[in-house]
Design a protein around this ligand. Sequence first.
Ligand code: MLT
Length: 302
Amino acid sequence: MYNIKLLNKISKIGLDVFDENYSYNEEMVNEDAILVRSASLHEYDFGENLKAIARAGAGVNNIPIDKCSEKGIVVFNTPGANANAVKELVLCALFLSSRKIIESIRWVDTLKDDQNVAKTAEKGKSNFVGPEIEGKTLGVIGLGAIGVNVANAAIKLGMKVKGYDPYIGVNAAWALSKHAKHAISLDEIYQECDYITIHIPSNSETKGFLNQDAFAQMKDGVKILNFARGDLVNNEDLLVNVANGKVGKYISDFAAPELIGQENIIILPHLGASTPESEDNCAKMAVKEVIEYLENGNIINS
Ligand code: MLT
């Protein structure tokens, strides 16, 4: 039997579906493995027995990778397990960035005491005109499972899609996607896209990836979606570019004090993977990886 510690709720099913003998105990300090969703392990005091950590998600920036390497602790993630959930929320954000849905809902809410609300609402609708996405160009930065899923869905919605990956070049899934173009450079994405969505990992090299240099090259009124990590965007530069209209809308899944309550900025509370299906997929994959490693020494998705 192994001691496996579960940090955060990563799924309703927890560990039970795999083997009722695998134990979970909040107080445990000498675990063989840790399963974690978004909690940070950077300050966590690893026990002597710890052999593996599995992140129920794609990003591993909440795990101290260097410390794990030094101690021989294997770190797993669950690539692709939440890609559909994140894709669906990115598509939702794509529509929110175009049609003035949030703004109009907020305005209609202010009409609560208006006895002629239907008439007032009709009159006010001309303030909430927003463009269709069909025929517009979406730039996808980062061609992992989520980026490729978003690209393929956007193509089905009639968008032109250009993709670029600063690390892996064109991956196999992208190459198979018949209607997406691979951009020669990031400049091409910045200069030609009406919407840009970013799907790269957060690390010391990618901090502030979208900064003044990038914004300066973009089309006026570009809509930017960030469902990868908050620190990929330089918020100081972003605020300047939202204020001067260069960035028409910024929708992000990551809160920061300076972004709250700003016009043309919509912030969600890291909801990308928050579907029961995705939580179950990630939990199952994470547990499988850890058990496979503890029992057979096999390393999948490390
Ligand atoms: C991810 O890295 O895949 C997401 O942050 C997962 C999550 O929201 O838990």
